[in-house]
Design a binder for this molecule. Sequence first.
Ligand code: PXP
Length: 255
Amino acid sequence: MSEAAPLRLGVNIDHVATIRNARGGEHPDPVKAALMAVAAGADGITAHLREDRRHIRDEDLVRLKAQLSRPLNLEMAATREMVGIALKTHPHAACIVPERRQELTTEGGLDAARHHNVLAPVVAELKAASIRVSLFITCDPRQIEAAASLGAPVIEIHTGAWCEAVADRRPAIASVEFQRIKDGAARARSLGLEVHAGHGLDYRTAETISGLAEIVELNIGHFLVGEALFGGLTETVKTMRAAMDRGRARLAVPS
Ligand code: PXP
């Protein structure tokens, strides 16, 4: 039996900052959470610096970059301001996401096909600075092909619609959405793209999606931070890692 490609866990610490910012001040510190997550087995840390700075602040990024022993993945909108910050901070990776000020979270994927002209220079500039670029898209063949034509080496599949259908116990929709992810991941790999996934994942959905061989990284935030209230961050990250490992173990394929 040969092993499937390893599956990385990126822990998104935005919502530790959300709690901090509810009262201002410094507590709880998202950088402390990031260091704990790494110690518990996270392969990387993700942080989204939003235009309105509703959770992560500029100085959090500076501290993350200085203190982390694992790769930092900066989620960012394709704006001049964010490109400037990315070039200055120089994270290991940048995930380009759509951003609307009113939304509660990143509600949909990028329209990589429609915004080709805006995205192309951003992808090129970040790549030229040796920052690994991913595009956060819904699993639609048009978007996957657009991401490939933009020269982005990585896509991150938006798993929100599938996770929502699972959580709402709508199995027919969940199964259509999962099939879409499965087909999209295979299509993306065939185009030479590295495939990541994230949004709305919990223990159960993370275990299921870990069974897709094409996916090599999951980025998970809200569930982990919420669950940490009950089980502690260290235990929560370890339990998530174990769920992913269980899902991945089913993948061992004959060589
Ligand atoms: N990946 C991307 C690109 C995201 O924008 C988010 C949400 O910030 C996540 C993953 C994590 O989603 P969640 O917080 O629902 O786990």
